[in-house]
Write a protein that binds this ligand. Structure first.
Ligand SMILES: [Mn+2]
Length: 260
């Protein structure tokens, strides 16, 4: 079975305060392109799919009717993250076992985090966002907020020692019982290998599909071979244009054949 794991979309209402930055249809087309290209059987949304710190589920649902309809797909699995822990159709984690008895454990990963792993921590986070939301009419404050979001993202590109070690330690504990552990939450797409009792173990992080970018993991659950996908907003646009150009070319060729 081929799985696609993506996380941390933080789907919002497309207001100035959100970090999703995807057009609904573009995201659907992008997921479908990857699904077809890699013969994906199951798509796993590994937490923080919805931004429920800042918005209600009803507000998000109304602002994204096509996506919400698309999410009804029977081959989609939703895992809860700290930002969508109240999402009622989400699971805490999933485990996949292949024919050789090897197991893949997938969870969002906020339990490794002191602030987001506790109810109190999440309440503090929600409170902070509610204050920020009240101030969202101020353009300068919003500019500052997005500067901070971008800065945090840049920091994530450089190995963030403390963060990496914290999640790696958390994953290593679980790797005693599993062959693969996939987390999200850090917005940092990465992969690490190690050996435990002569068994190869893998810790992967599914990165983030917020800010209009596309990061994901593809894994064959039988061979445990995987691929990390990392596409920027611009490269996705280029891909779409090329597909469109190719389709137009095919169409004009067909026309010539018809005429002759
Ligand atoms: Mn998270």
């Amino acid at each position: 079975m081929n799985i696609l794991v993506l996380s941390d979309l933080h789907i919002d209402t497309h207001d100035a305060f959100g970090i999703f930055k995807w057009n609904e249809m573009d995201l659907i087309m992008q997921i479908e392109r990857i699904r077809e290209l890699h013969a994906i059987d199951k798509i796993i949304f590994n937490g923080d799919t919805f931004e429920l710190y800042k918005y209600t589920f009803e507000e998000i649902r109304k602002a994204n009717p096509m996506l919400m309809d698309y999410f009804k797909d029977k081959n989609f699995v939703f895992i809860k993250g700290n930002h969508d822990i109240i999402n009622d159709f989400g699971l805490d984690y999933i485990q996949i076992c292949n024919s050789k008895g090897q197991t893949i454990h997938i969870e969002h990963g906020h339990n490794a985090d002191l602030l987001n792993g506790t109810k109190l921590g999440r309440a503090i986070g929600r409170f902070g966002f509610s204050i920020l939301k009240k101030m969202s009419h101020s353009q300068s404050l919003m500019n500052l907020y997005f500067k901070l979001v971008a800065l945090d993202d840049q920091i994530n590109h450089i190995p963030k020692r403390y963060n990496s070690i914290k999640y790696l330690t958390y994953a290593l504990k679980m790797l005693k019982d599993h062959d693969v552990v996939i987390l999200g939450h850090t917005h940092k797409l990465e992969s690490h290998h190690t050996y435990y009792l002569n068994q190869k173990k893998r810790y992967l992080n599914s990165g983030s599909c917020s800010m209009g970018r596309f990061q994901a993991i593809i894994m064959d659950t039988e061979t445990l071979k995987y691929e990390l996908i990392k596409e920027s907003k611009d490269s996705i646009k280029k891909q779409f244009q090329q597909t469109l150009k190719f389709k137009n070319q095919t169409y004009s060729n067909q026309q010539i054949i018809t005429i002759s």
